[in-house]
Design a binder for this molecule. Structure first.
Ligand code: NDP
Length: 328
């Protein structure tokens, strides 16, 4: 039995990916076989497919860090045929075949059930980006950031994590300020719930002063680098910053003054190896705290072959919202 899949191979000058017929017998070990219905493209997928960072460790490999589908066969006690499942991260597209394919054999402990009111397509419209956005919101809540405390800043607002973070936070009653380098999409950001839009250039250059005027009760930051340092410097007393990304830089050259003068919390957010209880909490909240119409407005739907035309537009920041891949 063979199925359609993308396959990434190592080449002399990097990596290359093509659409292939893949033999099911060549899938890796796992106790659950999934009929994949949808996958998606995230920033990390772009890093893997362009070879910009060494995401993939084993070649050749089916890329794709996310999948949603239906269990076909299972020897895991936790899943049975017909269960609707989602998988975000773990070893997918690193050491294990990923989601950009019509089938996947994976470890049951990597899977989560899709909450009842979400479709497999919704689950991939959310994807790692949306689930990470929810992890960031949970980190702010856990640090005590409530809507009455003031504005919440979201960086990279037109991207996947940013778009979904804006939508969730506004539904929860926060006043959201969206930082973007693409003000031409202001109407889209307002439709997701942003109250105000600022130019990301306001945050992107290193500054002399380690703390500045207090602006943010909370921050969801996908950029890292000077943007994160400046966001910390502008965070209010007892505010919190959830840091999940490196779209500007993986460096952090700042001061401890926001922590020791303003009691600011810097919360790290990792989606890849998050424990199951944390994942399920995030997915359950996504089912209730994300407006389905707003989610749909972020989606661009493509087929498996079209992935090859769009992946290199992601890192330069040319894609808005979420790319969902219909693998069938
Ligand atoms: P996208 O490509 O969808 O969005 C990234 C956005 O970042 C862009 O749309 C752009 O937004 C903004 N951006 C790009 N370059 C810069 C820059 N130089 N300075 C400031 N902002 C910039 O990616 P995702 O939303 O999928 O991922 C965002 C980040 O989060 C990535 O770094 C990714 O690796 C990370 N991530 C981390 C996870 C984790 O587990 N920790 C999980 C998921 C993502 P705009 O056009 O609005 O300016």
């Amino acid at each position: 039995m063979s199925f359609k899949a993308l396959l990434t191979r190592k080449t002399n000058d990097g990596v290359s990916t093509e659409l292939v017929d893949f033999d099911e017998a060549n899938l890796m070990d796992g106790d659950v076989l999934v009929q994949v219905e949808y996958s998606t493209l995230n920033y990390k997928d772009a890093l893997a497919l362009t070879g910009a960072r060494p995401v993939i460790r084993t070649f050749p490999l089916i890329p794709g860090i996310d999948l949603a589908g239906v269990v076909l066969d299972s020897s895991s006690v936790d899943f049975k045929p017909g269960d609707r499942v989602v998988l975000n991260g773990w070893d997918l597209s690193m050491g294990h075949h990923g989601g950009l394919a019509q089938r996947a054999r994976v470890r049951g402990e990597w899977l989560n059930r899709i909450p009842g009111n979400l479709s497999t397509r919704d689950a991939m419209a959310i994807g790692t980006a949306g689930y990470t956005a929810m992890l960031c919101v949970l980190a702010l809540e856990d640090a005590g950031v409530t809507p009455d405390r003031g504005d919440v800043l979201v960086t990279g607002a037109n991207g996947g994590v940013g778009s979904i973070a804006v939508a969730i936070l506004s539904k929860l009653g926060y006043r959201v300020v969206a930082a973007t380098g693409r003000p031409e999409h202001a109407e889209y950001l307002h439709s997701l719930g942003a109250a105000e839009i600022i130019d990301r250039a306001q945050l992107s250059e290193p500054r002399e002063r380690p703390v500045s005027a207090e602006r943010w009760a909370g921050v969801v930051d996908v950029a890292g680098g000077p943007t994160l340092v400046n966001a910390l410097a502008e965070t209010k007393y007892r505010g919190a910053v959830a840091a999940c990304g490196l779209a500007q830089s993986d460096e952090l050259h700042g001061s401890v003054l926001p922590f020791i003068l303003r009691n600011v919390t810097l919360a790290g957010v990792d989606s890849v190896n998050a424990p199951q209880a944390v994942r399920q909490r995030a997915w359950d909240r996504l089912a209730t705290d994300l407006d389905p119409q707003k989610l749909e407005s972020t989606v661009q739907l493509i087929g498996l072959a079209e992935v090859l035309d769009v992946y290199d537009q992601i890192i330069p920041g040319k894609v808005r919202g979420r790319i969902v891949v219909d693998v069938n």
